[in-house]
Design a protein around this ligand. Sequence first.
Ligand SMILES: [Zn+2]
Length: 333
Amino acid sequence: MPFRFGKEPASVLTSGGGRRGRAGVVLAGALLAAGLTPVTGVPAVAADPTPGPSGKVTVVYEDDAIKAEDRRAVDAVRRSRVLEQVADWANASVALPHDLTVKVTDKVPPGVTDAVTQPDGRTIYILPAFLTEIEKSLDEVVKTVERPGLFPQDKYNARDLTALSTQFIFGHEMGHALQRQLMLPNLGLEEDAADGFASFYTVNEVGPDPSMAAALLFDEIARKQGQLTLEGFASDHPVTQQRVFNFLCYLDGSDPERFDRPLVGAGYLPKSRAPLCPQAWAMLDHGWWTQLGPHFTEAFRAEGDKSRAAARERLVAETKAFAEKLDEYRTSQ
Ligand SMILES: [Zn+2]
């Protein structure tokens, strides 16, 4: 019953894995002192010109701020150009109000140990030592975990897995940046939405490999974390093992005809969850296309609108299909 990728008991519930773009609270110094009235004749302070929606995403590897011991993992990510792929898609599709700089560097704000998005969504930091940690975990994975049939043999090595899982993690951070810069209305936890964007982007634009690599990595992280603590349960992230199943659920739901056999049939995604996934994916896909719709670039608008309409049609169809199976699903639980 390989519900987990590894060979250890599935009782481990852990937290963490990936860090947040913590909400920063800016206390604008609005001084409402009594008696202060505008002085006539003094010109009003000129408002900042409204920034045009022409922000660009740029990926920067700060070579002089990357330790020798981290260069191998950084090189795996850099040569694969997985970060640039995400950045290129965002630049082509979304008109950001501000530039977004993605820095792979040791020069990070205090306390940063992994990948983070700053509260204004204008900077993402990726710590090189975090990439080394990922690579070490995945080196352990390839030695101890049987390759899932869905994941290609020629990429089942620490280097390729590091690049692919980093693309998924960067997708998560890009999800935060989009939410913050575009002030997207959020109906759930921001961390869930960020994971959702990672699935939305990678499944649509890249294929199954980043989701599979991230699932393998997070499964390994969960195993290492051991018993879940109170702080783990209280995290703003879903517990790590839960995230593994969420990644797999969206992937499966995106194309059940293709993925049911290698994911559900092979026991990676439990049969209790799988029937929910096509509708869940359709909702996520429709959700992100709809959220991004008002912010499409002119060049992308026609294609984006088409994707959004298709996603809506699919959501209607999947909801109807699920309604027809609902009695059977409920009684099987
Ligand atoms: Zn996050």
